[in-house]
Design a protein around this ligand. Structure first.
Ligand code: PLP
Length: 406
């Protein structure tokens, strides 16, 4: 008899966005004439930048000719893309990251969900609360937790991100081996400074642990006081891997390309205390389970990092940030306390009541879809997340409707 992976049964019922969709569908069925504005899911709405479209076409043409056709590519991604990443995302900001330490992938979600495969089952995992649900859920699936109690999995270490600590969690109180951090944060929109991240890097050195730094929203950083990369923190290269994505910076959510930086300095230890390079283990894992990102997509990603592509991508980010600024200013004017929306496409709003109740209120009274903070963790209770990924027109219309409610 074939048995299921029992760890899946520990997962809390339903994925947050499935429940939101259910409520929105139910509302739409009852009110078919009303126009719903979605400021919930963090998916981009603007088309791909012209430089990336041109590269996609060129890539397709190359695949059409015998002389330029490409079959399987390198497991870690084409060198032209890894070099472009090292130059545009790191050297341009004074950071020395070798193209040899970069692994191109088809999405940061997979990188977040799979990377922990290279660690032992009994490592202790620390996860901010609230946060992108993939870190916790994928570790639960891997058997690193007990069952959920009051919205928290037993065995995982939770790092509370609260108004009191400006949504930058304190260090783990228990010994943590793998620490997930995400800045600018999804969902709180909080960005972090070198001084705020330094204690985590020092902790990781002291405890021989590792930081998984999710920088999926790094391109939204506008203010130089906040870090785009964990490698801006001295000593981070020995203790941190960094995940980045073209999804939000270049509108690639439907095209799929991301990367993981695994510096050659980063190590983990076997039971005898002997150190092993993570980069080697990750290469071994990728070469077994992953056959790379398609050539035209990698060409498009490299084009997003060309001088022309960078300008176009910056314009995309600015467009969404304009929405974010307006949304935040509106809610602040209405007397709500807000974070994010300045160096992040997300605005995190303290609703002062139950977050699902506030979600339903905004849906029913203004036909505006948001995301209830409770879905991102216990500390998200009472908050909602609003996403700036929509047209200026849709955001203006949403704010006009919301004005009538407060
Ligand atoms: N990390 C965070 C914090 C995210 O919010 C998302 C997507 O919303 C991802 C990773 C996944 O990005 P990708 O589209 O590259 O899989």
């Amino acid at each position: 008899m074939i048995h299921i992976n029992e760890n899946f049964q520990k997962l809390e019922a339903g994925y947050l966005f499935a429940e939101i969709e259910r409520r929105v569908k139910e509302y739409a069925a009852l009110h078919p004439a009303e126009k719903i504005i979605k400021l919930g899911i963090g998916d981009v709405t603007l088309p791909l930048p012209p430089a990336t479209i041109k590269a996609l076409h060129e890539g397709a043409e190359e695949m059409a000719r015998a002389e330029t056709f490409k079959g399987y590519g390198p497991y870690e991604g084409y060198e032209f893309l890894r070099e472009a990443i090292a130059a545009s995302d790191y050297r341009r900001f004074g950071l020395d990251i070798s193209p040899d330490d970069i692994f191109v992938s088809d999405g940061a979600k997979g990188d977040c969900a799979y990377f922990h495969e290279i660690f032992s089952q009994d490592i202790k995992v620390a996860i901010p609360d609230p946060v992108y649900p993939v870190y916790a859920d994928s570790n639960v699936m891997a058997g690193r937790s007990g069952r959920a109690e009051n919205g928290r999995y037993k065995g995982l270490i939770y790092l509370d991100s609260l108004e009191e600590n400006d949504f930058i969690p304190n260090l783990p109180k228990e010994e943590a081996d793998l620490i997930y951090l995400c800045f600018p944060n999804n969902p709180t929109g909080a960005a972090a400074t070198i001084e705020q991240l330094k204690p985590f890097v020092d902790y990781a050195h002291e405890h021989k642990s590792l930081i998984f730094y999710d920088a999926a929203y790094s391109s939204f950083i506008q203010d130089g006081r906040y870090v785009r990369s964990i490698y801006q923190v001295p000593g981070a290269k020995e203790v941190a891997v960094e995940s980045r994505s073209f999804s939000k910076s270049a509108g690639f959510t439907g095209l799929r390309c991301a990367y993981l930086v695994v510096p050659e300095e980063c190590c983990a230890f076997d039971k005898d205390g002997v150190s092993h390079q993570l980069k080697k283990l990750w290469f071994r894992r990728q070469s077994t389970k992953f056959n790379g990102v398609s050539y035209p997509v990698q060409k498009a990603a490299a084009a997003a990092l060309s001088p022309e592509g960078l300008k176009e991508c910056e314009a995309l980010v600015k467009y969404y940030l304009e929405n974010a600024g307006k949304i935040r200013a509106f809610f602040e004017k209405m007397g709500f306390s807000c974070t994010g929306g300045i160096n992040s496409p997300y605005i995190w709003i303290n609703s002062g009541r139950d977050s699902w109740e506030f979600f339903d209120f905004l849906l029913n009274k203004a036909q505006v879809v948001t995301t209830p903070g409770a879905g991102f963790g216990r500390c998200g209770a009472g908050f909602i997340r609003i996403s700036a990924f929509n047209s200026h027109e849709a955001v203006d219309e949403a704010l006009t409707r919301l004005k009538k409610l407060f």
